[in-house]
Design a protein around this ligand. Sequence first.
Ligand SMILES: [Zn+2]
Length: 79
Amino acid sequence: MTNVHPLRESKATKKCPYCHVMLKAEETKCFQCKNKVGPPDDFGIAKKPTDWWSYLIAILSCGGFAYFLFWLFFLKDKG
Ligand SMILES: [Zn+2]
């Protein structure tokens, strides 16, 4: 019984999420478009590395919105 693992085969390579060129699974940077790439996902496509700066901006804007709601419901009517 020879059980071929098609997933194992595809784990050796991954696709660039930006320009869709084939890369080695261990590559961290696309040789063609020069973008940073993460490890491959279940579909063999490299993940885009986490953009912490945009996360930070999203968290800050969410915090600002939460404060606005707090002001709207609790502080506004006090005056
Ligand atoms: Zn690329």
